[in-house]
Design a protein around this ligand. Sequence first.
Ligand SMILES: *Cc1c(COP(=O)(O)O)cnc(C)c1O
Length: 450
Amino acid sequence: MSDYKYLLLERDLPKSWYNVIPDLPAPLAPPLNPATGQPADPASLEAIFPHALIEQEVSGAPSVPIPEPVLDVLRLWRPTPLHRAYRLEKALGTPAKIFYKNEGVSPAGSHKPNTSVPQAYYNRQAGMKRLATETGAGQWGSALALACQIFGMECMVYMVKCSYFQKPHRRTMMECWGAKCIPSPSDQTQAGRKVLADDPECPGSLGIAISEAVEDAATHKDTNYSLGSVLNHVLLHQTVIGQEALAQLKLADAFPDIVVGCCGGGSNFAGLAFPFVPLKASGKKIRLIAVEPTACPTMTKGLYAYDFGDKSGMTPLLKMDTLGHDFIPAGIHAGGLRYHGMAPLVSLLHREGVIEAISYPQLECFEAAITFARAEGIIVAPETSHAVACVLDEARKAKEEGKEKTILFNLSGHGHFDMAAYEKYLAGELTDYEYPQEKIKEALAHLPKA
Ligand SMILES: *Cc1c(COP(=O)(O)O)cnc(C)c1O
């Protein structure tokens, strides 16, 4: 009998994070200070981040040790299982071997606690009492709420308003872990009040919520800011996923031809794919595919340019694939994939041709998620369904070509809080949305001059 799951023991948990920076094919453009246009002084970030995380942000070390107290928390649900999707392969009639890493088994239901836990730990070590953050669909807010609870900190979450009302249970989850969660734009910050004055009905965006959380951190001495994706240190923390997967594939006596992950800010994709980058550089034939929604086509239709990370221009400028910081996304259901930018590390690897980007419309993604649920049992998050859609495509191609390809993807989270979205899909009430080219042009016209 063949195995459905490849499991590691708790003591097999990676003891360090893999840093892709020394393995990049071209130098990473530094963050810029928007006022001077010069490289941002890392020390200027100390108003909102602890020193240890700033150090990780700029580190050129090939790996970074994971502190023992962080490992001790990760052990609550890690190592996560690597599954072989035999039943899906059979349903598709494909000769492809399909593997997936199940990050939905964490207490918050996604990969995000892999970084919220070390972030809360380092902030606590630095004497912080409170963390402020933004959340889109609520996955990051709940992951940070969990981590703050574990390390005895307060947690303040600004949740994008349209999601706040679409997903009330995520807020309750955050409250169970002791966090405070309010809809953004809010009247609690200058940034929020400014947006509300212009448009009281504004549905919010991650860019706006980030402005609010950064302002909260900058104006409270006991509070730091915490980001759930995009930044180098966040991607670094997620590399436990790919390192475990490599060990588990060895147990399965397999190696992937294709590695797939959905992409919002890039962290779960990077977490799985980055440990494969040096193997690819040394000659292994692997395609690394990042999947985004057609409604938020950051890599497939955006520009590689310096832009702000937030709406009101409070963050340093990052060189990344971007749709412009004014971008207000359509209310598609993959809330976690609606950020205007992309991680600078993922963007650079995309521009250098190390990774590929592709976009899928939401109906095809939900259809793929249903196929997956009926074969494998797991109902994935709408974000994750984008990776699934791409995997089904590649598995069907393998069938047409009669090739026995091996495909690995990241099941970044379960969709148990997304039943309203599935309900709409099953009732035929969802439509596709392609972000109009004119709107992209308009937002890109407002890029900061760097
Ligand atoms: C947040 C989230 C994403 C998107 O964020 P990345 O940083 O691109 O990984 C994808 N899947 C799930 C389940 C999420 O919660």
